[in-house]
Design a protein around this ligand. Structure first.
Ligand code: G3H
Ligand code: ZN
Length: 287
């Protein structure tokens, strides 16, 4: 059954590794992430943006699909179902629908409004045993319609939000959603170090996991990052594998047009990407 992300992230923070959040888009995506987590005995967070939630016919449908897969495939590793970059209203809807974790992305509100709305959600989530992610300093790039400018968070604002009692804190440190530009100047590790010193054992979240070099990932984990979000990289590997299958004409041979065959290469590509990330983040065997 679904669990909140609280225990898995506190364990990761203490154990100096990170739990992967992999955004899902459909049943095959979800199955690929969950099977890989089970095979690697790794905790995992399934991320659902508001756009993906709509695409998958609503939050209740997503909850039903995920709970069904957990039971039918006998997935026993810790799995959290998490609203990604949620609005205040979206967070309330997901709580209602049965998500075990939500993010309230208040980074584009004035800090006082971010604090007020986050305080409300802390109360509700605590009552229901749901984990809550807050964000300070918007993450650059665009994630399913949510556009940010890539600010570097103010460590004092991070402390103010962390002190509200959230489960995990996403702080902008120069990370960007999607592909990184060639002139990207890297992560601001000084800021990350300042934030972790002020927020102590608060699990920190690194958004925009796609394209961050391995040495930077490892350094971020050593400075308190306990959750790393990946979306674009799975999309790119799914698309490349599917395109290759079609370009090789395999969709025209025999039953190649069967959707289960057509989606199989992409399914395997997602599994490979998730495996590579779980090994890099250090969560293998940590379930
Ligand atoms: O919230 C989702 C992640 O931040 C995804 O970032 O698409 O750059 O991997 P990414
Ligand atoms: Zn993100």
């Amino acid at each position: 059954m679904l669990v909140s992300a609280k225990d898995m992230l506190n364990k990761a923070k203490a154990g100096h590794y990170a739990v992967g959040q992999f955004n899902i888009n459909n049943l095959e995506w979800t199955k690929a992430v969950l099977l890989t987590a089970q095979e690697l005995n790794s905790p995992v967070i399934l991320g659902v943006s508001e756009g993906a939630g709509k695409y998958m016919c609503g939050y209740k449908t997503v909850v039903g699909m995920v709970n069904g897969i957990l039971e039918e495939l006998n997935i026993t590793v810790p799995v959290a179902l998490h609203l990604d970059h949620g609005s205040y209203e979206g967070a309330l809807k997901c709580i209602e629908a049965g998500f075990s974790s939500v993010m309230f992305d208040g980074s584009h509100y004035p800090i006082d409004e971010n604090i007020a709305k986050t305080t409300d959600l802390v109360k509700i989530c605590n009552q229901k045993g749901i984990s809550l992610e807050a964000e300070v300093g918007s993450i650059g790039g665009e994630e399913d319609g949510v556009v940010g400018a890539g600010e570097v968070a103010d460590p004092k604002e991070c402390k103010a939000i962390a002190d509200l009692g959230v489960t995990m804190l996403a702080a902008g440190i120069g990370n960007i959603h999607g592909k990184y530009p060639a002139n990207w100047t890297g992560l601001s590790f000084d800021t990350l170090d300042e934030i972790q010193k002020l927020t102590e054992d608060m699990p920190l979240v690194l958004h925009g996991g796609t394209g961050i070099p391995e040495d930077m990932i490892k350094k971020a984990v050593s400075l308190g990052v306990a959750k790393i979000n990946v979306n674009t990289e799975c999309q790119l590997s799914f698309a490349a594998a599917t395109r290759k299958y079609i370009e090789e004409g395999k969709d025209l041979t025999g039953k190649g047009f069967d959707p289960r065959k057509l989606l199989a290469p992409g399914f395997e590509a997602i599994k490979a990407t998730v495996k590579e990330k779980m090994e890099l983040f250090g969560s293998v065997g940590k379930a």
